[in-house]
Design a protein around this ligand. Structure first.
Ligand code: BG6
Ligand code: MG
Length: 217
């Protein structure tokens, strides 16, 4: 019996995944590391510090930076990212998401957010969506996806068992996290990246509440 739907944020509710990419690309460029969109796929869903580590490894320079220097680099990227977030308005909720949230709530579903982003609450406020979600799990207390922690925390916050929840994700690490939490997974994106999803949709426009409910119930 499905009683809750738990959303990822970046790349599912809004296209902040692109802002993350732009901010990392700028920072990486400043320290002489080139990243492209293909490499960026493995940063999706991954925490700020773990993303930095992957970029430094990609450039073969992970050993050259102290923990303090890494913290400063991550902070620099976040400043750039937060500056890009100033562009965010309620119009940037991805197609289909508002209708999905409205229909799910009208049907009595609980709604949760399981984002790895420490900026999640700011983003939800900017999108005018905070009232549409019952519980936002705190990224600070969880191990990074693909660990199940953030999805388990969201289920707990909603007062439900994981088997009563569905997770929706755009990242491979996120689908793994949902499954590790014992939930069914909806993937938003392409089959090459998200082949492990139980239900795969190309984009959020295809995300219809009744269709998802019928698929899993
Ligand atoms: C995830 C993004 O939602 O949040 C990652 O997919 C990002 O790309 C992570 O690194 C952490 O975000 P923030 O805002 O805490 O740096
Ligand atoms: Mg995402």
């Amino acid at each position: 019996m499905i009683r809750a739907i738990i959303f990822d944020l970046d790349g599912v509710i809004t296209e902040t995944a692109e802002y993350h990419y732009q901010a990392w690309k700028q920072l990486a460029g400043e320290i002489g590391i080139a990243i492209d969109r293909q490499f960026n796929e493995c940063l999706k869903g991954v925490s700020r510090m773990d993303s930095l580590e992957l970029i430094l490894q990609h450039g073969g320079v992970a050993e050259q930076y102290s923990d303090e220097e890494k913290a400063a680099l991550a902070e620099r990227k976040n400043r750039q990212y937060v500056a890009l977030l100033q562009n965010l308005t309620p119009n940037q909720v991805l197609p289909g998401i508002r209708d999905f949230l409205r229909d799910a709530r009208a049907d009595g579903m609980k709604l949760g957010l399981a984002s790895a982003s420490k900026n999640a609450r700011t983003i939800m406020d900017a999108l005018d969506l905070t009232q549409s979600i019952d519980f936002i799990a705190d990224a600070a207390v969880a191990r990074s996806k693909p660990a199940p922690d953030i999805f388990l925390l969201a289920a707990e916050g909603l007062g439900l068992s994981p088997e009563n929840c569905i997770g929706i994700e755009d990242a491979a690490a996120g689908i793994k996290a949902i499954h590790a939490a014992g939930m069914k997974a909806v993937g938003i994106g392409d089959a090459a990246t998200l082949r492990e999803a139980d239900l795969l949709l190309n984009d959020t426009e295809k995300l219809n509440y009744n269709a998802v409910k019928n698929y899993f119930c």
